[in-house]
Design a protein around this ligand. Structure first.
Ligand SMILES: NC(=O)c1ccc[n+]([C@@H]2O[C@H](COP(=O)([O-])OP(=O)(O)OC[C@H]3O[C@@H](n4cnc5c(N)ncnc54)[C@H](OP(=O)(O)O)[C@@H]3O)[C@@H](O)[C@H]2O)c1
Length: 295
């Protein structure tokens, strides 16, 4: 598995395993979570994506139980997590409205919650989950810088930021932002042309791609699925591998964050590297995704 260096000095696997859906699995036992992580490790996938809010603030603890029962496992992984969304559930049940909070106190408290819930002593990469219209970039930037200085967080980044949100926050920080985790897939491809990827590419930043299979919607019937299926058949891989190869082919160096709970599907993640994705194949898929040929 390819490894990728991010600004701030951390290294991650090119394919990342996301745990948004870990609590939806019928089996959330430490042994089953371990089996999913082992299926990743067998392919060299060492980076796990979390967020405090996943599972209504419960997903980090599901991973934490697995770490408690499997000493040394955490040290084989890079743990990414996010903070900044406050939904009126779980520990924030008394919030009147779902909102964003990028204040220093919220970031500091979120780090403590994530460390405790995952039973770890540092976070490898902490992301601000969503752009916050009330973000005071000086306060948020200093809080992130201090989080890195404290050693509780090794690197920091953002998620769902537009280029101007990135520039605003970075302008008030000493630490380089490591990545922007955005929605990217054959069913969410606006970022390829709206400046999101261009902005990152110009700075040499590797984006992380969330819902790289459109959260499963890629498999809805239609011309796109037929095209994906045909190319999958030609390459002797499953459809997911083709959709991921399409992302991997972009010169910005996308890190897809996969979300399946199915172990056999996890085992096939690296098949994406087997797909022949030349320029015309890429555009065949893009054409099917757009529903029209490019101008
Ligand atoms: N930063 C953000 O704002 C943000 C937002 C959303 C997600 N994320 C991150 O991105 C990760 C991935 O998101 P996602 O779960 O929506 O990703 P995804 O990989 O696009 O979708 C996974 C879903 O597709 C289903 N699926 C159906 N057929 C499949 C097939 N052939 N192969 C693989 N999956 C298939 C899976 O079902 P089964 O489980 O039944 O296989 C699962 O429900 C999350 O875990 C999270 O870490 C971040």
């Amino acid at each position: 598995m390819e490894r990728v260096q991010l600004p701030g000095g951390i290294e991650m696997s090119r394919i990342v395993y996301g745990m948004w859906r870990v609590g939806e699995d019928a089996d959330t036992s430490p042994a089953h979570v371990r089996a999913k992580i082992d299926a990743c490790l067998e392919q060299g996938i060492t980076t796990i994506d979390q967020a405090d809010i996943y599972g209504g603030y419960t997903a980090e603890a599901i991973l934490g139980e697995c770490f408690k029962e499997n000493k040394g496992l955490r040290d084989q992984l890079e743990v990414v997590t996010k903070c900044g969304i406050v939904a009126p559930t779980g520990r924030y049940a008394d919030a009147r409205v779902k909102h964003y909070d990028t204040s220093r106190s919220h970031i500091e408290q979120s780090i403590e919650n994530s460390l405790r819930d995952m039973s770890i002593d540092h976070i490898d990469l902490l992301l601000i989950h969503r752009p916050d219209p009330l973000m005071d970039h000086h306060e948020t930037g200093a809080a992130l810088d201090d989080a890195v200085k404290s050693g509780k967080v090794r690197a920091v980044g953002v998620s769902n930021f537009r280029p101007w949100d990135w520039l605003l926050l970075q302008s008030a920080m000493e630490t380089p932002l490591a990545t922007n985790q955005i929605e990217l897939s054959l069913v969410a491809h606006e970022s390829f042309v709206n400046g999101d990827l261009a902005g990152l590419q110009s700075k040499g930043i590797h984006p992380m791609a969330w819902s790289p299979l459109g959260g499963g919607s890629l498999f809805n019937a239609g011309e796109l699925r037929e095209t994906v299926s045909r190319i999958a058949l030609q390459n002797g891989v499953d459809e997911a591998a083709v959709a991921i190869a399409w992302l991997l082919a972009h010169p910005v160096g996308i890190l897809p964050v996969m979300g399946t709970n199915t172990i056999d599907r996890i085992k096939a993640f690296s098949d994406a590297f087997k797909v022949e994705m030349d320029r015309q194949t890429w555009f065949e898929l893009y054409t099917a995704a757009l529903g029209r040929e490019v101008a």
